[in-house]
Design a protein around this ligand. Structure first.
Ligand code: TMP
Length: 207
């Protein structure tokens, strides 16, 4: 099963993936945790270029091609082999981030992005996408308070992040069979319990 986590920066995706991975491992599942951009040696080099706050001159087209290149490498090198071995893959961001940030945030053509993503991934879609929904200003404040390093996208204006959030909500509403929206404005333990119940239920149904 291929499970992706989406949401604004600061919504707690990384913490939730860590908790879910240990819950699933304890329950006897074989789990692979990965992230985008990055997750491979080549992808991590691309990630550095994408996140470098000095790269203010990067065009939106160059940006989306770099995210897609990182994704193509991750799918081929890590995700497809793990799924073929019957493992559960938990991925911190995937193609829906491109639709939300480059499509709704930057305003790139969403039909073109869908085609590009299908090419980069060979059409591989998640079985389940957990969307951690959080107010934009709360997310940015959390990142600052936790002393997390700001990336190039964090430096975008608040209305960019509002468009991203609006995009995520539309994507989630359009495909309720794949997307689960979780309110991230709660203590991490509460959010983790909700996610655990959803995922264990899905796994029992798919067995
Ligand atoms: P993160 O690893 O801290 O979540 O940061 C990844 C950043 O890159 C985040 O601001 C969202 C952005 N991003 C895109 O704009 N498009 C994409 O396709 C992906 C995967 C991430």
């Amino acid at each position: 099963m291929f499970i992706t986590f989406e949401g604004p920066d600061g919504s707690g995706k990384t913490t939730q993936i860590r908790i879910l991975a240990s819950t699933l491992i304890e329950a006897g599942f074989s789990v692979v945790v990965t992230r985008e951009p990055g997750g491979t040696a080549i992808g991590d080099q691309i990630r550095n270029v994408l996140h470098d706050t000095a790269n203010t001159a990067m065009s939106s087209v160059a940006e989306v091609l770099l995210y897609s290149a990182s994704r193509a490498q991750l799918v081929e090198e890590i995700i497809r082999p793990a799924l073929a071995d019957g493992r559960i893959v938990l991925c911190d961001r995937y193609a829906d981030s491109t639709m939300a940030y480059q499509g709704f945030g930057r305003g790139l053509d969403r039909g073109m992005l869908a085609d590009l993503t299908a090419y980069a991934t060979g059409g591989l879609k998640p079985d389940l996408t957990i969307y951690l929904d959080l107010d934009v200003s709360d997310g940015l404040a959390r990142r600052r308070n936790e002393g997390e390093e700001m990336n190039r996208l964090d430096l975008e204006a608040v209305h960019f992040h509002e468009r991203v959030r609006g995009g995520y909500r539309l994507l989630a509403a359009a495909d309720p069979g794949r997307w689960i929206t979780v309110d991230a404005d709660r203590p991490a333990g509460e959010v983790a319990t909700e996610i655990r119940d959803i995922v264990l239920h899905r796994l029992s149904v798919s067995r």
